[in-house]
Design a protein around this ligand. Structure first.
Ligand SMILES: NC(=O)c1ccc[n+]([C@@H]2O[C@H](COP(=O)([O-])OP(=O)(O)OC[C@H]3O[C@@H](n4cnc5c(N)ncnc54)[C@H](O)[C@@H]3O)[C@@H](O)[C@H]2O)c1
Ligand SMILES: *[C@@H]1O[C@H](CO)[C@@H](O)[C@H](O)[C@H]1NC(C)=O
Ligand SMILES: *[C@@H]1O[C@H](CO)[C@@H](O)[C@H](O)[C@H]1NC(C)=O
Length: 435
């Protein structure tokens, strides 16, 4: 649910404060050249500080949080390699060895844990960026660590790191879930979408293409590629050429890029178009999550309405259903066909919708939360802003049903009950309030 997909998390602005205190004290020693020198050194130092801290923030492109995440991470060395190997070690017969990108994310954590549970080897990769509260990502990391999944801290656009990982482990599969999610954040940080969803994805595919053997890749696309298309339900063959947000445009570009790597290099690629995924350990930038937080704080809840009082609705999909779809996609993926960067034959290329097939109005979402939280909600009806949110999503999943055996089984009421249970215990157990 897109508009609702984002918390505008304004990066802290640096403020330089002048101190009159320094000035009055310095006056007493004005004659002393030493004091003069000190004074001007301080002025000079402050100017340098102002230059470095102020000037980049006037250019939104330079505010890229990836300036921070592009710092060189601490990776490498024998102890690190041992952890990587042990985490990726297959423990069941015919198990896979899977690299999960975005493993500290919402979907990545659930998929990693499910793979590990059934005996596959799993190595996570995540840059722990601060698009939303990184302490939630750290808590998910702790959870995975307890089940033996190691998350390497690094960026998917770092080719040296990825090459190193493939040198240490011959991954059979890549589950690619790292991305810049959310719709409204593009107004604050457009570069992050290009960095992760385009440059990072290309870098990952480059390394996969050169790996020997090449892994099969399953990656997360999004229902947002259907954009302003209003023929419902959305089927895989429907047009996807009218993106309504930069997020959707980069997801759409990702699909084109995947097609290209499949065609040229023989990489086996499967794209999954998720429809508004929710559940325990979910994303704080999504409506069901921050509605819960705000309802508990007795804040009024905005309910968006399209033109002519049109209902805004989403095909909410419970995380366990999504995880089953992801595992089925991995299980049915064929091997890539290239070697040494050269295609040897045609390779598998698939795209599937993974939704719940029953759109629910946002007002119903709020009523369910109201009942579960036992708090009377004050509603504010507002017009849906035209900044990336579509009015309606509805998945046709018959292709995934036929080819993956995908069948969603959790309705919104049941799924939200599980979410609220997790939310209240997670944020009461000594952890500070979300966001
Ligand atoms: N949750 C949904 O409703 C939904 C809907 C449609 C599509 N998707 C897609 O599913 C995937 C997983 O989404 P999610 O809800 O778990 O989001 P999430 O933000 O919780 O997880 C993404 C993870 O990727 C990491 N990451 C981002 N950029 C990275 C980079 N350059 N290098 C390394 N790590 C990076 C982040 O730190 C984060 O932990 C994404 O591709 C998203 O676009 C999600
Ligand atoms: C991704 O990495 C490449 C190669 O290191 C670098 O040239 C490029 O600037 C990076 N792209 C982004 C958007 O960060
Ligand atoms: C759903 O998608 C399938 C193709 O996978 C198509 O044959 C079918 O007509 C679609 N159903 C509807 C109701 O659009």
């Amino acid at each position: 649910m897109s508009h609702l997909d984002d918390i505008p998390s304004t990066p802290g602005k640096f403020k330089m404060e002048k101190s009159p205190f320094i000035h009055s004290r310095m006056r007493w020693h004005w004659q002393s050249s030493l004091a003069k020198l000190t004074f001007w050194s301080i002025v000079f130092f402050c100017l340098i500080l102002i230059f470095f801290f102020r000037s980049p923030s006037s250019n939104p492109l330079l505010q890229d949080p990836y300036r921070r995440s592009l710092r060189t991470y601490n990776w490498g060395g024998p102890a690190w390699e041992k952890r990587v190997r042990s985490s990726a070690r297959v423990r069941s017969r015919n198990g896979f060895s899977v690299l999960v990108t975005g493993a500290a994310g919402f979907v990545g954590t659930h998929v990693s844990s499910a793979l590990k549970k059934r005996g596959d080897g799993v190595l996570g990769l995540d840059n722990f960026n601060d698009y939303y509260d990184p302490s939630l990502k750290r808590a998910r990391q702790e959870l995975l660590e307890r089940s033996g999944v190691f998350i390497v801290e690094g960026d998917i656009n770092d080719s040296a790191l990825l090459m190193k990982l493939f040198e240490v482990v011959a991954f059979t599969h890549v589950m690619h879930l790292a991305a810049q999610a959310g719709v409204r954040y593009a107004m604050e940080n457009p570069g992050s979408y290009v960095h992760s969803n385009i440059a990072g994805f290309v870098n990952l595919l480059e390394v996969c293409k050169s790996a020997n053997p090449q892994p099969a890749i399953v990656w997360a696309s999004s229902s947002s590629v259907y954009g302003l298309n209003n023929k419902v339900p959305f089927s895989e063959k429907d047009r996807t050429d009218q993106p309504a947000s930069l997020y959707a445009a980069t997801k759409k570009a990702g699909e084109e890029i995947a097609h290209t790597y499949n065609h040229i290099y023989g990489l086996s690629l499967t794209g999954l178009r998720f429809f508004t995924v929710y559940g325990p350990w979910g994303r704080p930038d999504m409506a069901y999550f921050f509605f819960t937080r705000d309802i508990l704080k007795r804040k009024p809840i905005p309910i968006f309405e399209a033109a002519n009082h049109g209902t805004v609705a989403r095909d909410f999909t419970y995380i366990d259903d999504i995880v089953k779809g992801c595992l089925a996609a991995l299980d049915t993926a064929e091997k890539s066909t290239g070697t040494g960067g050269k295609k040897k034959g045609p390779a598998q290329l698939r795209v599937y919708n993974l939704g719940n097939t029953s759109p629910v109005p946002v007002s119903t979402l709020v009523s369910i939360l109201e009942r579960l939280l036992k708090v009377k909600v004050k509603r504010n009806i507002m017009k849906l802003p035209r900044n990336g949110d579509v009015q309606f999503t509805h998945a046709n999943v018959s292709l995934a049903q036929r080819e993956l055996g995908y069948k969603p089984t959790t309705d919104l009421q049941t799924g939200l009950k599980k979410f609220v249970k997790w939310y209240t215990s997670f944020y009461s157990g000594g952890k500070k309030a979300a966001g």
